[in-house]
Design a protein around this ligand. Structure first.
Ligand SMILES: N[C@@H](CCC(=O)N[C@@H](CS)C(=O)NCC(=O)O)C(=O)O
Length: 216
């Protein structure tokens, strides 16, 4: 087996997959940086493996898959013996899947909605509406946190994906502990993780710096 992960450090979904690889102890993944400033993701050889030209993308010999959530589930079900990150119980799995779709459909697009107008469309400020959407993602997450972790009593893949999106969003909309006490506690617990410290924290700061460099 030859596993190759195409990623970019500033990209929250890329970091979610990199953290999954660490959390699940998946060995021997060749990591390849995609330089979007150099438009690597639009080059023929990349579009051939991922016509949607997003990062991350995983290549497993001839098989290619993209979208961080699909990649993480594939890696966990095919290569990991750690069953707590994505358990097989249908109800537990359904809750995790709901959270993953929430990340895919709400948390990450809200963040992308701030970054894209600045980086790709020359805007110099962030619209209030975009900031409000990020805050609304925090409000829902605060409600999801009825237990210790995002999908219940156990730390799962849902925590990893939310961690990548929410820590990155904090660079733009900081979390007020008085308004979001459960979210604050959850984030502080996650900040203790080694792979958060080595992968997610620096990548989030990098993304924040990119955003700030485009503000007028
Ligand atoms: N839902 C996707 C989102 C991936 C995504 O939009 N990645 C951004 C970088 S953070 C990207 O590749 N943008 C370049 C493009 O869409 O051409 C995932 O979870 O992987």
């Amino acid at each position: 087996m030859v596993l190759k992960l195409y990623k970019m450090d500033a990209s929250p979904p890329s970091r979610a997959v990199m953290m999954t690889i660490k959390a699940a102890n998946i060995p021997d993944v060749e990591i390849i940086d995609v330089n979007m400033q150099e438009r690597d993701h639009l080059k023929d050889e990349y579009v051939k493996i991922n016509p949607q030209h997003t990062v991350p993308t995983l290549q497993d010999d001839e098989f290619c898959i993209w979208d961080s959530h699909a990649i993480a589930v594939y890696l966990l079900t095919k290569y990991s013996t750690n069953t707590t990150l994505y358990p097989s119980d249908p109800k537990q799995r359904a809750i995790i899947d709901q959270r993953l779709h929430f990340d895919s459909g709400i948390l990450f697009p809200n963040l992308r909605g701030v970054v894209e107008p600045l980086v790709y469309r020359g805007e110099k400020s962030i619209k209030q509406e975009s900031l409000d959407k990020i805050k609304s993602g925090y409000e829902f997450t605060e409600k999801f946190l009825t237990k210790r972790w995002i999908a219940g009593d156990e730390f799962t893949l849902a925590d990893i994906c939310f961690l990548a999106s929410i820590r990155s969003s904090c660079e733009i909309v900081p979390i007020d502990p008085a308004v979001f006490p459960k979210l604050t506690d959850w984030l502080n617990r996650c900040k203790e993780l080694d792979y958060h410290k080595s992968i997610n924290e620096p990548g989030s700061v990098l993304l924040g710096n990119v955003v700030r460099s485009f503000l007028g």
